[in-house]
Write a protein that binds this ligand. Sequence first.
Ligand code: SF4
Length: 346
Amino acid sequence: MREIYPAFYKDFKCIANRCEDSCCKDWDIDVDSETESFYNSVSGALGDKLRRLTVTDSYGERVFISNNGRCPFWNENELCDIYIGLGEEHLSRTCANFPRVHIDYGDFREHLLSFACPEAARFMLKSTREDYSDFGGSSELELAQDSGDFFGFLLKARERTLSILLDRDEPLPYRLCDSLEFNAQVQSLLNGGEPEPLKLEGADSPGCRYIFDMHLGFEIMNGEWRQKLSNASALCEKLDITEDFDRDFEKFMLYYIYRYYLGSVDSPDVLYSIKRIVCAYIVTGTMDAAQRLEENPRSRMRILQRYSKEVEHSYENTEKLNSTFDSDKAFSVESLIAMLCSRIEK
Ligand code: SF4
C-alpha cells in the first residue's frame, strides 16, 4: 500500500510540559485492551493506580477517570507518570499516536497531524500545499488515474476544491462561495443526478449570529473558550475578518480538506466538510477580530487549535453540525453563499 506523508510529519515531536494546551487535558484517555492487559500485570503503587482509575464510559470504552478535566497520570510537573514509570512503549495507543492520524483508503494511506495539538498546528501554519502533495513521487491527479472511477472522481474533486480555496486572486469569502457551488454540483453527481444551477437570485443573507448560536449550544469543554465565543458572537455582525487571518485560515482549510474530504468515500457527502469549513471560518475569524480589541489577544494558532479540539475532535459536535446542515435552511448552500457575499459587499 502506498503511504503518503506530508513533508513536515517526520519533524514533529511532542513538546510535553512546554505545551500551551495538552492532550492530557479536557479529553477522556482511551485505554485499548492490549495496553490494559499489560497494566493489569504492573505491580506496586502505579499498577494499583492504573487498575483503580480505569473505568468503562457511557460508550462502553475503557478510559481513565479524569481528575477535573486532567488525565490522572499527568503530574504536577505536567509530565506523564506512565511514561516516566513504564516507558513510552507502554502508553495506550491513543496517547502514543496523538496527534498522528492516518486515513486508510484501500490503495493508499494518508498520514496527517491533528490541528488540535499546538505544536502540530505550528507546523501546519507554516506548511504549503506542496507539503501535502508528495504522493510518493506521483501527483494527486496521477493518483486519481491509478484509482477506480468513483475514487478517482473524488480525488479530482478534492484537487479542484483545493485549487478554488487557495486561489488568492479572490477574497476568501468568495472562494468559499465558489467551493460551495462547485461541491453542490459534485454532490448532485454523487447522488446520481445531473448538476443543477443554484437559485442564488434573491437569496437573503441571514447574518452570521445563527452560526454562533449553534456553536454556543455545543458541548464546550473549556470556560475560557465559551467566554471568547460569547464575546465574538455579540460582535459578529460588526467585525470584519482580516485578510491577515485569511492567510492562516488557508492552512487550516488545507489540513481540513486532506483530513475529511475523502471521508465521503464511506458516506458520499462532500458538502458537509465544506459547510463545516465555512462555519469554522466565521467563528474563528470573528474570534480573532474580537481578540484584536483585547489587551492580550490569544494567538491565532491557539484559536484554530482550540476550535479543532472543541469542535472538530468532538464526535457529538460534528454530528450536531451535520444534522443541522440537513435540517436548517439557514445552512443551505444558497443561504451560506448569501451570508458570505454579504460580508464583502456590506
Ligand atoms: S498536545 Fe501535542 S505537544 Fe501538547 S502534549 Fe499533546 S502531543 Fe504533546
